[in-house]
Design a protein around this ligand. Sequence first.
Ligand code: D41
Length: 643
Amino acid sequence: MDPNLQRILELRAEIARHDYRYYVLDDPSITDSAYDTLLRELARLEHEHPQFCSADSPTQRVGSTPAAGFANVTHREPMLSLANAFGEQELREFDQRVREALGIDTVDYVAENKLDGLAVSLTYERGVLVSGATRGDGRVGEDVTQNIRTIRAVPLRLHGRPPEVIEVRGEVYLSHASFRALNAQAERPFANPRNAAAGSLRQLDARITAARPLSIYCYGIGAIVGAAAPETQWDLLIWLRQLGLRVSAESRKLSGIEQCVAFSREMEGRRDTLGYDIDGIVYKVNRRAWQEQLGAVARAPRWAIAFKFPPQEVATRITDITVQVGRTGALTPVAHLEPKLIGGVTVTRATLHNADEIRRKDIRVGDLVLVRRAGEVIPEVVRVLVEQRPVDAQPFVMPETVANAALGQRIQAIVHFSSRHALNIEGLGPRLIEQLVAAGLVADVSDLYRLDAATLAALERMGEKSAQRLLAALEHSKATTLARFLFALGIPGVGEVTAANLAGRFGTIDAIYQASPEDLRAIEDVGPILADSIHGFFQDENNRALIKRLVAAGVHWPEAGPVIDANKGPLDGKTFVLTGTLASMSREQAAERLRALGARVADSVSRKTDFVVAGAEPGSKLDKAGALGIPVLSEIELQEMLQ
Ligand code: D41
């Protein structure tokens, strides 16, 4: 073979492998710059030897000339729609219908998160991506192949032994992080990730799509030629993953409808932490033979249902705009709203971020606005429904200063100090702190530890009992960790993670006092500006004096001790080792989820190992586990443990 062609093929395979690790498994195997070097070498070789160019080369993700419009494509198999279930009652009724039609007592279902994006169909012929289309009306969609090709999570060539022809169905979406990044630089921001994803996928110029980090989760197939479809939906998901397609690691195989109801509740609680929007859960009868027996009515299969969550965007009216002072003195405008339930939480306020944001969105008191609550974030105003604006609504003018700003800042600093992830002083909320500051009893956090029962009990709305409880909580808070203490100090720019990294690196407060800005920059995520800010904080005599007073009051932490979180997980103290390939998630994802439950994940098996998790083609770690008599878990058992 021509040595240039040989090198080109090697590079394509290697880049595809890295894409798969990065975009499908979320488990990168190379640095960005090493990746770029490979891509550049490939581009150069293809440029010098154009006879070896090929559409499935990673250099060919982005075409150059914008299309005039989208052509229509007829799906080989129609893309069906989904019936909805609003509430648990309707979910149980769905199961009832399924069981009656099948004459079966307990049905196995697969639960999949219902991505709030755009349904697409990808066609692969002999393993090569030949077409990408929107759902359209289910029968005919738009040809968005050029745009789909720019999505790096979409393999241009399938892995393993793909069938002659396969239509893969999935949902294209934009993560919250990408959405925020995109909106930060957009001239006209998108209202939500779904709109942003739709706008990006339907760009006539694929170069614009390429700059928008869309992703995909695949969940089904349409036409298939030259291979049999797997017997169950669960096996289908595993197979899609083996073909190199991105499949959600959140999907579960469940037995009976009560497990589905429980899963819906669990996922609704976790919905905000996924990092992307879902608007419900799709439940699918697992067995394909049963799916076929159930069939479809009016373009919707009878074997699947979309359990819908309550919406995260609601229209409400702004009754007032006030300005809040943060613990660092920053001013933040806040919209006061007519209370509305959003995603199960009553929302009465939304952040307006800053004066620029108010001007850009032209937000006024009296406006009817779309408010959105998603993730851990504070509710935000998405946009004004201008048609409904009262005629007399005036633009908001941001004040230069705020009355009692210093007082507000002082209160916020104490609120932060006592918050759950800081010193966690139970029962000491913002109202009580305001009261203590107003009464002149507390000027800074060290004064908290000087409060006594008699003084507290004399406060309004405070009895003997609550005074005792607060004192006990204060006493309890004195034993903490260095990480929590550093976080509690409210150093500008230092959140929980940076505080933990500082504690882990330096171990003692004295070592931090000694640290130069250069030393501080060794901490992950600490750049030159933050390093100077942290350094300045600890050189400030007032801050040192405050820390001294806190220590004198009895606040302490294990001297050099590593940072231990007081919130223990169910797998606390257990050590896991992972080996082999898992079907439903990458090893790194599995490790992350185990750690989230308090477990330790080690690289090698030793006597200290509690469990070895073995995926497909496990290595020598499995033999070692056997020799040491360490229990080995299958992927299913791991899934159960994680649940
Ligand atoms: O995540 C989704 N949005 C999703 C959509 C999913 N996980 N599964 C789906 N399954 C189907 C059937 C059962 C009809 C194959 C779907 C959709 N349909 C769907 N998306 C848009 C219309 C229908």
